[in-house]
Design a protein around this ligand. Structure first.
Ligand code: AMP
Length: 279
């Protein structure tokens, strides 16, 4: 596939002015019609039916395409969201994020990180040590865009995730987004949980730990959610980071592995064993 034949397709749907569904794909010319109808079908399955569905098809020209491998997925079981948040904090600390920054992110995401008190449309960019935020517009945040799976990698990743019961389309999309994010210059980790009240799962991701998923990072029925991208202050440059996250087309061509662990202690001990062997 060459860059001139790559198309970015974005869908967003709203009801009564509120965002209810969205999605984004990167496809070749031949994939346009099927992808548009998949995304419209996704929006149309929302109840109540959206009163606005917008699909934008944009040809990407002149930007070189980057190919990367998907992060490995580790699914760590937790009984409830309080245990989940304590566990996700461990994972982020192991990646080099301070407790202060983690607590700041969790508290903002749990209460509405936009200045208006609602959910942001995009992600926060946060100093991994101090918790200071760098987004220019804190209502919107940064929208990570232009990433997708190759057809072969998507099929194989779906098969791998399904064998662990991870069949929701959100998991594959979030895994692709997190894979792009942790390859960005200056980024050390990401934290996310959805704003969908029926979807309680969330994750922390880093290049070393992979995509560490927890079934509960919030209570069922909670409409709060968000994303925090943690950066190393002396290694990052805001314009380059925004350019990469928003503009650089990235295709994931190699699926990752998937495993499941009964609790966070197992995650920590496996990681310690691995580190002591590699020293
Ligand atoms: P979702 O997993 O789609 O429910 O999204 C959870 C939160 O992540 C949303 O409330 C937004 O704050 C943020 N978010 C959603 N999509 C993106 C994106 N493409 N880039 C960055 N942040 C996003």
């Amino acid at each position: 596939m060459n860059d001139d034949s790559l198309y970015n397709i974005r869908m967003r749907a709203s009801h009564d002015g509120k965002h209810v569904s969205g999605g984004e794909r990167l496809v070749s010319f031949d994939g346009i019609m099927g992808t548009v109808s998949d995304l419209v079908r996704r929006a149309a399955s929302r109840i109540p039916f959206p009163d606005d569905i917008t699909v934008r098809v944009e040809r990407l020209k002149g930007t070189s395409l980057q190919f990367i491998a998907a992060l490995d997925v580790v699914s760590v079981l937790v009984p409830d969201f309080e245990t989940g948040r304590a566990a996700v904090s461990h994972v982020l600390q192991l990646a080099g994020v301070s407790r202060l920054a983690i607590e700041t992110a969790i508290s903002l995401m749990g209460s509405g990180a936009a200045p208006s008190g609602s959910n942001m449309r995009g992600a926060m960019i946060m100093d991994a040590q101090t918790g200071e935020r760098f987004e220019e517009d804190q209502e919107r945040g940064v929208r990570v865009s232009r990433f997708d799976w190759t057809d072969a990698a998507r099929t194989e990743e779906s098969r791998i995730l399904s064998s662990f019961g991870l069949t929701h389309f959100r998991t594959k999309e979030a895994l692709a987004l997190a894979t792009k994010v942790v390859h960005a210059p200056g980024v050390i980790a990401e934290l996310c949980w959805s704003d969908d009240p029926d979807y309680t799962a969330g994750y922390a991701a880093s290049r070393a730990a992979g995509y560490v998923r927890f079934p509960f990072l919030k209570a069922s029925g909670d409409t709060r959610g968000g994303r925090a991208i943690f950066v190393e202050r002396n290694r990052f440059n805001l314009p380059s980071l925004l350019n990469y996250l928003e503009k650089q087309p990235v295709l994931i061509q190699t699926p990752g592995r998937c495993s499941e662990l009964p609790d966070i202690q197992s995650f920590i001990s496996i990681r310690n064993t691995y580190l002591s062997r590699s020293c």
